[in-house]
Design a protein around this ligand. Structure first.
Ligand code: BES
Ligand code: ZN
Ligand code: ZN
Length: 472
């Protein structure tokens, strides 16, 4: 769907349908008919009055979430009709204050994924017009940025939703290459020989039983006179069967989504040059498939990571941290004077249990930075909550025979113990610069929520871009 921002009076623009976002039906000309149709101005309530060609949609709060959910709901209704154009009818001030939410909500809400449907829904070209009597430079910029950000989120969703038969490490590397070409980024990809040579035995072991070669992907955006340097690292498990510590059947379904952290990093890299930020950004993805077989790594193995630390494997399903351990070391060895180092991973079921499926768990050693990241996440329209490390949980990942164990000795606090495991691979100079994003909940939800579809949501993309845009 095409979204237009027009510097025109509403009366000067012809659109087939009007969209009205309403907090209440009081005072509306259509009050009686809306009442008779049992319409109430609540989230996700929508009605199309075909006679007057108006879509009424409820909105409980005039914040990002409220507006984005409302417009997404209205757009879905619009998309289900054959009308070609719609216009949002609202107060100019409300439109201006909520332009980002409107554009992103409309674009994210109209996302569909029908790659695997034999009969594709007929897509007619539809237009959404947003009319303002006066469009300032700032509003124009917000509009353009929001369009690009939503595109990056939708691109991330497409990759996450693609099945493991079509999206394995080599394909992920190809996608990264395409993104690099389009955005003029530096692109490097390494295979298993390189991982071996570099002593990245932790990452390399996870992919051993897969027929697909593991890939380490590194994209770089390096503008002239960059004022900051940031490294983004993603868990790219194109499939997580659990390995020999095999997942139960019901838990294995959806594990194509275990690449969501890596996909988010690629999504972010796809838009970074378009936003024209004067920041050097590195996107690193550990693309691996965790399978079973005679060559599989085993519970009881001891692996050596790139920084020399030894890891006792007690559960092959805690594989994401093994991949990230080496990717974190690689990043810190290759890139000097880092300002921020962020990793994104569908790392633990425990995080989903702890904060619910819509919220990202934010961990790290720097409380101020964690707060900052959470606040930027909320401002971007994503949900995030800070999870605290502590000395007692830290003791639970000790190992009797190696430097550290890949699982904790306690059943509790699994998101935090996984985060603390990763902390072992953050070098002293970067301790305060690191944030771990556990996106296991929101990255993939098997039912539509707000402006998010069933499946991949693109979690991590908007919050990171909001953080980067506001870097000083
Ligand atoms: N990829 C999973 C985590 C996950 C679970 C993501 C549910 C999304 C939804 C991860 O590799 C995993 O299996 N973690 C284990 C860790 C455990 C063995 C310590 C888990 O969470 O059960
Ligand atoms: Zn796993
Ligand atoms: Zn996993």
């Amino acid at each position: 769907m095409k979204i237009n921002l027009l510097e025109k009076k509403i009366s000067e623009v012809n659109s087939d349908i009007e969209i009205l976002i309403v907090n209440s039906i009081e005072g509306l000309n259509e009050k009686e008919i809306l009442e008779n149709l049992n319409f109430n101005a609540k989230d996700e309530s929508v009605i199309f009055l075909s006679e007057s060609k108006k879509i009424f949609v409820g909105c409980e709060s005039n914040d990002y979430d409220g507006i984005a959910i409302a417009i997404a709901t209205a757009i879905k209704k619009f998309n289900s009709t054959k009308f070609k154009s719609a216009m949002i009818k609202a107060d100019e001030i409300i439109l201006k204050q909520n332009l980002k939410a409107l554009v992103e909500g409309a674009s994210l809400g109209s996302y569909t994924f029908d790659k695997y449907k034999s009969k594709k829904a007929k897509k007619i070209k539809q237009k959404l017009n947003i009319c303002l009597e006066e469009v300032s430079k700032d509003l124009e910029k917000t509009f353009k940025e929001s369009i690009e950000i939503a595109k990056a989120v939708n691109k991330t969703r497409d990759m996450v939703n693609t099945i493991p038969a079509d999206f394995y490490p080599k394909v992920m590397a190809k996608e990264a290459k395409k993104i690099a070409k389009k955005s003029n980024l530096k692109y490097v990809v390494y295979g298993e020989d390189y991982l071996e040579e570099q002593g990245m035995n932790s990452m390399n072991s996870v992919g051993r039983a897969s027929i697909h070669e593991s890939k380490l992907i590194h994209l770089t955006y390096k503008p002239k006179n960059a004022k900051k340097k940031i490294v983004l690292i993603g868990k790219g498990l194109t499939y997580d069967s659990g390995g020999l510590s095999l997942k139960p059947a019901d838990f294995m379904v959806t594990m194509k989504s275990d690449k969501s952290g890596g996909c988010a990093v690629l999504g972010i890299m796809s838009v970074i040059s378009k936003l024209g930020l004067d920041i050097e950004v590195h996107g690193i993805v550990g693309a691996v498939e965790n399978m079973i077989g005679g060559d599989a790594f085993k519970p009881d193995d001891v692996l050596k990571a790139k920084n020399g630390k030894t890891i006792e494997v007690r559960n092959t399903d805690a594989e994401g941290r093994l991949v990230l351990a080496d990717c974190l070391c690689y990043a810190q060895d290759e890139i000097k004077d880092i300002d921020y180092i962020f990793d994104y991973a569908t790392l633990t079921g425990a995080c989903v249990v702890g904060v619910g499926e819509y919220t990202t768990g934010i961990m790290g050693n720097n409380e101020k930075l964690k707060e900052e990241v959470v606040s930027k996440a909320i401002a971007s329209g994503e949900y995030a909550a800070s999870l605290p490390f502590n000395r007692y949980l830290k003791k639970t990942i000790k190992s009797e025979i190696a430097d550290i164990s890949n699982i904790a000795s306690t059943r509790y606090g699994g998101a935090i113990t996984a985060g603390m495991f990763l902390d072992n691979f953050i070098y002293d100079e970067n301790k305060e610069k690191w944030i771990h994003f556990d996106i296991a909940g929101p990255a993939y939800v098997e039912k539509a929520w707000g402006y998010n579809p069933c499946g991949g949501s693109g979690a991590g993309v908007r919050m990171t871009l909001e953080f980067l845009k506001n870097l000083k």
